[in-house]
Design a protein around this ligand. Structure first.
Ligand code: ZN
Length: 278
């Protein structure tokens, strides 16, 4: 699933391709459930002739702000991808929603597993307002993180994956951040010491910025893996320290990386660097 660095890379590519300022001349929906709100037919009517003013990211959502005050929110979930191509190009099987742009290009929402969702709304806050703080924002201070952790009796890993606790993290970057901070994913959030909270507060932006610099993480070369609009594969896979590196040496201490299951999620740790002392 694309996480903050992958979604931000897509947003950057859409901006670089000049999509801001473009007018949508029409839309077609081939799988109605992809449109979470409003109905597919209302979506097609309402989006016609709207001009995109700004494209941005909030959590794992791609947000298109329109000049008339409407917002188009896209969540790629497991397998969603965006293709920006000529309208002459034949539609592929899993391209479920097609937006026509003035000038002849199309933005196509491709989603083999069909979990991705698109919202068109005048009230983006109704959906985005539930999200926790942005970990790369200046407001994400150590004090704020400490205050939020101290209230929770939950295990750290599922808490960090919870988009209402902190927005944009997923399985890859949570495992990487916990390794950086030398904290076991099964620790109870409220049990972290001040030193551990400071380490976690440094680690989260560090792993996200590394992912961004490398244009996201592409796992393998299969079609389900992350590709940006510009068709480049993210290079961050080579920079990962623990994620899907089971039995390979920890880059810090050479102990073998272990794969464990935490709340049904596959999790990668160094058993020497990340001890579960509680
Ligand atoms: Zn280690």
């Amino acid at each position: 699933m694309p996480e903050l660095p992958e979604v931000q890379t897509i947003v950057g590519d859409l901006k670089a391709a000049g999509v801001e300022g473009t007018v949508i001349t029409g839309a077609r929906v081939f799988w109605t459930r992809t449109i979470a709100e409003p109905s597919a037919s209302a979506f097609c009517r309402r989006i016609k002739d709207k001009r995109i003013s700004v494209i941005r990211r909030r959590g794992k959502f791609i947000v298109f702000d329109f000049e008339n005050g409407d917002h188009l929110l896209m969540h790629l979930r497991m397998s969603g991808r965006l293709h920006l191509i000529s309208q002459a190009s034949p539609r592929k099987k899993h391209e479920h929603v097609i937006l026509n742009f003035k000038g002849g290009k199309q933005l196509r929402f491709h989603d083999t597993r069909k979990f991705g969702r698109i919202y068109l709304t005048s009230n983006a806050d109704k959906i985005l307002g539930r999200l926790g703080p942005e970990p790369l924002a200046i407001e994400f201070t150590c004090k704020m993180l400490a205050g939020r952790l101290n209230l929770r009796r939950r295990l750290l890993k599922p808490l960090l994956l919870d988009q209402t606790f902190i927005a944009g993290l997923g399985n890859i970057y949570v495992d990487e951040a916990l390794w950086e901070a030398k904290i076991h994913p099964c620790r109870i959030a409220a049990s972290l010491t001040g030193t551990e909270i400071r380490a976690l507060h440094r680690a989260i932006p560090r792993v996200l910025k590394r992912g961004l610099k490398n244009l996201g993480t592409s796992l393998g070369t299969g079609k389900a893996n992350f590709y940006s609009i510009a068709k480049h594969q993210g290079r961050n896979h080579d920079k990962l320290k623990v994620f899907r590196r089971t039995d390979r040496p920890c880059p810090r201490c050479q102990m073998k990386i272990q794969r464990i299951i935490v709340c049904q999620r596959s999790t990668h740790i160094c058993p020497a660097c990340q001890k579960n002392e509680t």
